[in-house]
Design a protein around this ligand. Sequence first.
Ligand code: DGL
Length: 275
Amino acid sequence: MKSSSIIHFPSSIQTLRVGVFDSGLGGLTVVRSILNVLQGASLFYIADTKHAPYGEKSSEEILRYSLQITDYFIHVHQIDALVIACNTATSAAVESIRARYPDLIVIGTEPGIKPAITQTKSGKVGVLATPATLQGAKYQQLVDTHAKAAKITLYEQACPGLVSQIEEGKTEHPETKKMLEQWLVPMRNAGVDTIVLGCTHYPLVSHLIEKIMERRLTLIHTGDAIAKQLLRLAETKGHRNKGDVTLSLYTTGSIDADQVRAALSLESNFSSITL
Ligand code: DGL
């Protein structure tokens, strides 16, 4: 198995070991937020492109992939913390991962319904997510806890095919624009002013979403909140936020290198692993 530290942020001690995973490029939008706040850490990122898209798979399959990756992180990289940088995998696997590794810091990703409620002015909130996320019990609990009490109207839209377009580097492709138009025009007509990006891939097409909505729009992406939570929980376990950060990138299949660079806004390469 190949391993390489690709990106090095200068300074001194490296302590915290953090595994981050997603089905592909999407979790890099979370890594970007983590790199803004975390120091003194080694980050390991897995893009499970061999099994992407997760959002169109059964919850049993997503759980199996998520456990395989977590086991790999634990046994090969001895991680102290795991960030599930994927709404779909969080929905299917976070509880099982916490039960299997009770001492591990585990941070999941959930659609930002709560921040959307505090920020909407029209009371009309769009939610874009994968089919699996919207069908999951976790999403329903989120809605029941937050949106119902606040009397917000939610416009929920599953976006099958969108993750594959992004993975294929088609973020400017007419087909991608057409897909988004078909989902967003009804939201635009209904007066939606806030959209929850309930999949970590979707920030990579936020420019298209803003253009189609043709109005001042609040897009909710939870990367920064996840990064802060990681730092907070790590500090409670003695992490001193000082020193080098290294990021090692792995993929189980193929990945578009230009999209990796764009997602991270950095020079980077992936190593391959077999899972
Ligand atoms: N990026 C992921 C998410 O946040 C999963 C996308 C997929 O593989 O379908 O849901």
